[in-house]
Every structure is written in C-alpha cells, then in structure tokens.
Design a binder for this molecule. Structure first.
Ligand SMILES: [Zn+2]
Length: 411
C-alpha cells in the first residue's frame, strides 16, 4: 500500500499549496485581515488557517499584529498582514516620455518609485537598458543592503512576445524584434527572472487589482498616448491571445477615409483619438509632443474654442470605438488611462452620448466609463503585480518543504 500512501501524501501537499496560495492572495489583494475574515474569505477551517499562518510566519511571509476589536462579540482577532519586505519585486517601465522604476513589496506596498524624463525619438536598446539599470541600482541603493528582488518585470509601449521577452514592434522606440528581456538580464546581473509585457495589459492588471476597476471582473483598460493600447480582463483573467499580442485596439479600423497610421494601415482608431489627432485638430504640429498636449489642455481650461472643439471631436471618436468594444466584450467597467484620463472630465458627456447612440442597449446599460485612479504609474504597478504572480500562485515554493512543526499542528 506504499503507492496509496504516497498518493495521499501528494494530494495533501497539493491541498496545502493551494490553501497557502489562497491565504497569501487574499492578503495581497485586500490588505491585512483577521483570522476570522480569512476563514470567511477562503472557506478554510479556523484550525487550518491557524496552522498555515504559523507556517507563513516561520517563513517570514506574514506577521500577526496585536488583536483588534472588530465590533463583533467574542475574543478580539489578531490581524494577519504580509511582510512587505519579504519577496519584493523590481518593476521597470519604458514609457513614451519617461522611464520609471519601482520596488514593491507584497500587498502592493511601494517602497521606492522614481520616474525620469526620456527624450522622444529612436533610442537605442543599449541607451534605454543602461538608463534603466542606473535607475534600478539607484532605487536598490536606498533599500536595505543585501535585499534581492524575487523577480523583475518590465512594462513597455510595444507589441511584446512575453515568452521570450522580445519586443516585436515598438514604433516610438523604432524597435523591431529587439531582445529586451535578455539584454536586461545581462545588464541587471541579478540572479532572478526578467519578464517583459505590454504597458496597456499591465495597466489593466493594476487598475483591476488596485485602481479604478477593483471589484469588476470584466474590464477594458484603454491607454491613450501617441498610440492607443488596450488591456482586457475577462472573468478576472487577462485576455491576450495565443501570442500575447491581443488587445491592440488602437489599430481597429474605424475611418477608411482617415489618416495613415504608424502601423502602415489607414484610419486606425488611434489616428482619430491618439495624441497626434488631438494636436492636429487643435492646430498644433502632429509631433508637438508632451508640451503641445499640455498647451492644448491649458487652452481648454482657459475656454479657448479651438482646443475645446478638438477635445470634443476626440471624445466623439473615443465613444464610437468604445461602443464597438462594449458590444464585443460586454465589460463592467472601462478605465481610461494616459491622455484619456487627463481629458476625461471634458469628454465624459461626449463619450456617454456616443455609447448611447452606437452601442447595443443591453451591454451599454451594464458598463461605466471611469478615469484611471493610478494615473501614469498604472503600467509600472501592473508590472509589479505580474512579478508577484509566482509568489501568489505558490507561496509554498518560497517556504520550502513542509516543516515538522506544521505536520505536528495539522495532525
Ligand atoms: Zn494602425
């Protein structure tokens, strides 16, 4: 019966791993919880929770705080919280106008965050990697000596092959088939994996977990800059297609009589709602950049008609594209990021009108359109969330083999 006993052992090990994951995930997403709340949220018994918390605490992943009264009868319950200094991750971002770094601890605790300007134009891989490494080293130098991130993740405005970290196409950087992941692994010289993903996919993840889309399981995140990117969450999971290239909503054809797009096509959605469209409509050069965008927004705030009309037209096209996407995806929430969150107060009515007019009534009724709450840091914080995933999925791998103590407690 040796085989049978081994099978039972493996099954109980699988259950233990799943239970540890459930506890750590709840604490990561919701913050400190009492044992009773953990019982309620995970469906595990009180004694199982107690045993697993002992194990997580022994591995320095959680700590229990002094008991607090929750207004319920009975003994006060101590609060369990993740140790924000154990298993930190390093997040990096290559945005249109900036580079950024963050060191984030479990629970989404941001220990370090720095963003520096990056001049636009075709930057070489070597320059960008060197700048990112300098930023990362500076952030790490402000943390306790010897701290090692458990993973590194990078958000980039590009079509990215996530399995090998190759940037397939980044029009703003002038990159085609560039091995960003491998170069960063070499240059950072850290003995940990480096993942690369699209900034809008990561923005969606961050808004879903910690921002404007919390509590909604079906989410469309729309990021507007020079280009327009999308991140889609369906039933709580990212939808990114077989190559991870999905969500390129900026290249939806909407106007065959429109302007040429950077992708080689004509009249893509981003040619009607992207930064270039706004600038041209407002009477600025197409490549005016961030200063020109700031000027258009200042003009609009001052009530200048040309700027208000330009923003109004962009709002109308934004609503038209969103109507099609709402019909296809039936999301609970649409989160507008980047440029779109900046113009949201000025275009909200226009977008709603377009949705009323062009979307099907049933999905239209269920969706709300809101601005990002994480702002320009959404993709960076999303990179951190992606980097936490292995820890959340299997904290037991962090703890190592089952300790004798736990066997004793759970027996
Ligand atoms: Zn296009």
């Amino acid at each position: 019966m040796q085989g049978g006993r081994e099978e039972v052992g493996q099954r109980s090990e699988t259950v233990r791993r799943a239970n540890l994951s459930a506890i750590v995930r709840e604490l990561h997403l919701r913050g400190p919880l009492s044992r009773s709340e953990l019982v309620a949220r995970t469906g595990l018994t009180r004694s199982t929770i107690r045993a697993l918390i002992v194990e997580l605490a022994a591995g320095d992943l959680v700590a229990e705080e002094a008991a607090v009264r929750l207004g319920t009868p009975g003994r006060p319950s101590p609060l369990v919280r993740l140790n924000a200094d154990t298993g930190v991750v390093l997040a990096l971002e290559i945005a249109i106008d900036s580079l950024a770094v963050a060191i984030v601890g479990p629970g989404g605790v941001v220990h370090e965050l720095e963003r520096v300007d990056r001049p636009r134009g075709h930057s070489s891989l070597e320059d960008v990697v060197a700048d990112l490494v300098e930023l990362a080293n500076r952030a790490r130098s402000r943390r306790p000596a010897g701290e090692m991130p458990s993973r590194v993740a990078v958000a980039v405005a590009a079509i990215v092959s996530r399995t090998d970290g190759i940037v397939r196409f980044a029009p703003n950087l002038g990159w085609v088939d560039v091995p960003l992941g491998d170069r960063l692994i070499e240059a950072l010289a850290l003995p940990v994996p480096v993942e690369v993903d699209n900034e809008s996919d990561l923005g969606a993840l961050a808004e879903f977990r910690r921002g404007a889309a919390r509590g909604a399981d079906d989410v469309l995140y729309v990021h507007g800059e020079v280009g327009v990117g999308g991140g889609i969450i369906v039933d709580g999971r990212p939808l990114d297609g077989i190559g991870g290239y999905g969500g390129e909503i900026g290249h939806m054809p909407v106007n065959p009589a429109g302007r040429p797009c950077r992708c080689g096509s004509i009249g893509c959605w981003e040619t009607e709602v992207g930064e270039g469209a706004l600038l041209v409509l407002a009477g600025y050069p197409l490549d005016g950049g961030r200063e020109a965008v700031d000027q258009v927004l200042a003009d609009a705030a001052a009530g200048r008609p040309a700027a208000l009309a330009a923003i109004d037209t962009v709002g109308r096209w934004l609503g038209i594209g969103l109507a099609g996407l709402v019909n296809i995806l039936n999301p609970r929430r649409v989160v507008l990021g980047g440029l779109f969150s900046r113009i949201h107060p000025l275009v909200a009515d226009r977008v709603d009108e377009s949705l009323d007019r062009f979307a099907l009534a049933a999905p239209r009724r269920l969706v709300s359109v809101v601005p990002s709450t994480l702002g320009m840091d959404a993709p960076l914080l999303g990179a951190a969330e992606m980097a936490f995933e292995p820890l959340l999925a299997d904290p037991a791998a962090w703890l190592g083999p089952r300790s004798a103590l736990t066997q004793l407690v759970s027996a």
